[in-house]
Design a binder for this molecule. Structure first.
Ligand SMILES: Cc1ncc(COP(=O)(O)O)c(C=O)c1O
Length: 359
């Protein structure tokens, strides 16, 4: 039976990427050595990092005044690195509180400077993206989470930063490479790889050159973006296997036709699921229609007395895995990232219909 993994992350990867990892894990480029055994100073690995960076630059159309960094510590470490590097002493930044990850970023910022929460949808369990809010023109940056993995909301139109010197910072962990973006709208973009880019272990940062090396304060060497930019992400031993998988994923997206094509596919897949949720007499969405995510689709039983576990087992028996909703939302969550094949989405819809008929 074909298995479809609807996990929110670590998430499914394209088969071709997994096969390439399998080969390179044993013998990288006919070298007789595993990619995991090779020094990051060796020519094949330096070339691998260069290729991953240039492939990302090409897909996202990253201008030359931005650096691409491959870091560790997950997106969570960025919650601290961003204010540490970018905020002046006693500085402040605007934060949009659109979900659990945004609120974690706010907590970390407050340990370093002041996070000014411009808007929050917490009172409605983050079922929408706040849109009417006032920015503080003294804030250094505005931090947003472009896609809220847990609640299934997504920013469809990026906000403009009002301060003339301010810039936009975005956590794109759960929708990076799912659609085209204009990198020049942002000062910094970051994403943990383990949803749309590859496996856990590597975090992508795209940062505008003029934001680095400001020396606002003394910070640990490893937490300084400039350290990693100067050493082409090889200041210390990098996660080579993860970057290998990311590079294969980038090649796969390019082969599909790039981000315009990726967005079309993602839109088609998510539209189908939303249509079925609307049509099906058993299920409902928890999310404001305008803010629905193309990546993570939470849904619940209309009749809350129905047994979630029974539907989860029904899906499980049909090879549809990891559909349990996050504990803060309940019900179900279908994560339909780039690598989820359309057949997986069709199989889920079929199961929802079959379940409806069985009731
Ligand atoms: C939007 C978002 N930001 C941050 C994180 C945290 O990422 P990491 O586990 O890489 O620290 C996640 C993880 O799911 C996420 O979905």
């Amino acid at each position: 039976m074909k298995i479809y993994n609807f996990s929110a992350g670590p998430a499914c990867l394209p088969d071709v990427v997994l096969r390439a990892v399998q080969d390179a894990a044993v013998d990288h480029g006919d070298s007789g050595m595993s990619v995991m055994e090779m020094s990051h100073r060796s020519k094949p690995i330096v070339e691998l990092f260069d290729k991953a960076t240039s492939n990302l630059r090409q897909l996202l159309n990253i201008p030359s005044n931005y650096h691409v960094l491959w870091l560790q510590g997950g997106a969570s470490l960025q919650f601290s690195m961003i204010p540490l590097n970018l905020l002046p002493e006693k500085g402040r930044a605007d934060y949009l509180d659109s979900g659990a990850w945004a609120s974690k970023a706010i907590i970390e910022c407050n340990k370093i400077g002041k996070a000014n929460v411009v808007g929050s949808s917490k009172e409605s369990n983050y079922s929408y993206i706040p849109k009417e809010y006032e920015q503080d023109i003294k804030s250094t940056y505005l931090h947003i989470t472009s896609n809220n993995t847990i609640y299934g909301t997504q920013i469809h139109v990026m906000p403009k930063v009002e301060s003339a010197t301010g810039f936009l910072v975005a956590d794109m962990s759960s929708d990076i490479l799912s659609r085209p973006i204009d990198v020049t709208d942002f000062g910094l973009i970051y994403a943990g790889a383990q949803k749309n880019m590859g496996p856990a272990g590597v975090t992508m940062v795209i940062i505008r050159d003029d934001l680095m090396g400001k020396g606002h304060r003394e910070i640990p060497t490893m937490l300084d973006y400039e350290t990693h930019a100067k050493k082409e992400s090889m200041f210390n031993t990098p996660p080579v296997l993860s970057v290998f998988a990311v590079n294969e994923t980038l090649k796969w997206i390019d082969g599909l036709g790039g981000l315009d094509e990726m967005e079309k596919i993602n839109r088609r897949k998510s539209d189908k699921v939303y249509q079925e949720i609307e049509r099906n007499s058993l299920f409902m969405s928890t999310i404001n229609v305008d803010d629905r995510s193309m990546m993570n689709i939470p849904f619940i039983f209309i009749d809350r007395s129905m047994d979630d576990n029974e539907f989860l087992s029904f899906c499980d028996e049909r090879g549809l895995k990891t559909l349990k909703g996050h504990r803060s939302v309940g019900g179900f969550r279908a994560s339909v990232y780039n690598a989820m094949p359309e057949e997986g989405v069709d199989a889920l819809i079929f199961a929802m219909q079959e379940y409806e008929r069985s009731k």
